[in-house]
Design a protein around this ligand. Sequence first.
Ligand code: UDP
Length: 331
Amino acid sequence: MTIMVTGGAGYIGSHTVAELLEHGEEVVVIDNLGLGHEEAVRALNVPFYHFDIRDRDALVHVMRSHTIESVVHFAAYSQVGESVRVPLTYYQNNVAGTAELLAAMVEAGVMRIVFSSTAATYGEPEAIPIGENHPKRPTNPYGETKLAIERMLYWCYSAYGMQSISLRYFNAAGAHPTLPIGEHHMHETHLIPLLLQTALGVRSHFTVFGNDYPTADGSCIRDYIHVMDLASAHRLALKRLRHRVVGAEAFNLGIGTGYSVFDVIHAARAVTKREIHYLVGERRSGDPAVLVASSDLAKVALKWEPKYQDLASIIESAWNWHLHHPDGFRD
Ligand code: UDP
């Protein structure tokens, strides 16, 4: 029995594939390579199908020919700012694409799915730490599309008995400890890669998006979670789906500790032992001041415990990737 991973050539997808293979699972990857990297799939040495999840017939064919038992679904667009500029592209790829995937699953009789969701489903937090029952009022189309998919999964449970676990990630960072895979976005917008590229001299400086937030040092606070800890949560969610009837569940994934942008800059300087020049700029629109997860439910239900508990070890892992792959997958 084999697991289908959509978006397995992307950042969190490829690390999850590595984790599943390391635990003896059989995996096939589906990716349209719009954002993913063929080099990542090559490094994983896993059966790979290059097509879009909106191709329902191709999905059904792969599900039947590989006797797929479960799907882990990452394939999506995930840039908040871009989603505000081109919302329909996000609805077409994320929502309509997932509808095709779920229709293919129903047609092929595959009834288990782990879904890559996000803290962006909550919107502006009313209380910290954020628990799963926090109100869900996304402040951008990206979060809206992920929430719409979670609701779609609920209705697929109601109508077809499909079993799903949605995992709401906080800020993913870091890289695989040994394989040549890591974080590489065509247009980088994330804090830790930007800081490390600045340390490497790929960028001249870094811009802090606002120092007038109501936090101790005025910069935004986030919960940074190592990508291998996210990967292990997907493996444990699959295990839970195999052993239980769960309906449609959702769990937060974070370490439960918040770090400010200045904390991350200081930690990145300490890890890299290099200067990282920065300027303080304007706030980025849509950035909440503080996002920190409560992951107690995941710890109990999945028996999940993040291994990378401190910021320095997460940055060290990301630095190891950036130092050896300063151009990401291009070198
Ligand atoms: N950030 C920043 N400058 C940048 C990119 C990000 O100050 O060039 C801040 C951003 O405002 C947020 C934190 O770093 O508070 C993490 O941002 P990222 O884009 O990595 O993840 P997000 O929180 O948006 O998911």
